[in-house]
Ligand binder design. Structure first.
Ligand code: SAM
Length: 273
């Protein structure tokens, strides 16, 4: 979902220095660091909002998002695009289930630990938890779901979903792992019990270690190349040797060799033993 600027020929871009000043203020006031994100993209998105609210400068817009909760929520939402679904790119999840998960579970057993980084409203970590159930993994095998956005995490903890996010879920899996009530699908307690949600900013907060599996999908598209490389280096350090990182279907880790990974298949990398 990108915005079309062509029709708005009268709109003049605001000065880059003002944008940089705004980013510093946002970091101080909301603890939200946007400096690693692609600047042109972020600037464009913010200026659409500035215009929408009838403001003419970054200063005026900052005052607005400080005082007006609705504008503040909208600002944070727009910059952290949360689109997701269960088993996004289903053929890759099938590969994960049949090829890599059994191997990782065999290696780590009850100590198995996975991280869904940038998990949005929870569909991704719950998809993994469903596979753990399907593979009869020990109940101590856990998934940590993290995101920068507290609003999506709240939704994730509730675990109630509309039909449209379940397009890749077969009727059999729906029946086994969801309770349908009042138009929503509720994730069953056994699946929920496997997932722990936490707020975590990938660009600021420390990384935990010893993961068997890390999923970071459709998150880094907003980051600059240097930020991405640094992030993948940190993910590699957080994996156990032999552990796997699963990325989005438009993503690639270019520096995989330097950071001690090998390619297992498209979108799957393994930490070299
Ligand atoms: C498009 S969603 C991806 C959801 C899921 N991984 C998937 O592929 O379906 C991107 C998520 O990344 C999160 N995100 C963006 N920047 C982040 C950061 N610096 N740290 C943690 N999460 C971030 C957003 O809040 C959003 O929920």
């Amino acid at each position: 979902m990108d915005f079309n600027f062509k029709s708005e020929s009268t709109w003049k871009e605001l000065p880059f220095e003002d944008f940089q000043w705004f980013l510093q203020e946002v970091k101080k006031k909301f603890n939200f660091d946007l400096t690693g994100y692609k600047p042109q993209r972020v600037k464009r998105r913010i200026e659409i909002l500035i215009r929408k609210w009838g403001k003419s400068s970054y200063k005026e817009y900052l005052d607005l998002i400080v005082k007006n909760g609705k504008a503040q929520k909208e600002f944070l939402d727009r910059l952290t695009i949360n689109v997701t679904e269960f088993f996004r790119n289903p053929e890759k999840w099938k590969e994960l289930k049949t090829k890599y998960l059994p191997e990782l579970l065999k290696e780590s057993g009850s100590r198995f630990k996975a991280w869904s980084a940038g998990c949005s409203s929870g569909e991704e970590p719950y998809s993994l938890a469903i596979l753990l159930e399907e593979l009869r993994a020990p109940t101590t095998a856990k998934v940590i779901g993290t995101d920068i956005d507290v609003n999506v995490l709240e939704k994730a903890r509730i675990g109630a979903y509309e039909e449209r996010t379940l397009v890749n879920v077969s009727p059999n899996i729906k029946e086994k792992y969801f309770d349908y009530r009042d138009g929503l699908y509720y994730v069953k307690p056994n699946v929920k019990a496997r997932v722990i949600f936490k707020r975590h900013n990938l660009l600021q907060d420390p990384f935990d270690k010893n993961y068997d599996l890390i999923l970071c999908r459709n998150v880094v598209i907003y980051f600059e190349m240097k930020t991405k490389e640094e992030l993948y280096r940190k993910f590699a350090e957080s994996l156990k040797s032999g552990g796997i990182i699963f990325v989005g279907s438009t993503e690639r880790i270019f520096n995989y060799r330097q950071i001690g990974l090998e390619v297992v298949a498209p979108f799957f990398y393994r930490k070299v033993k």
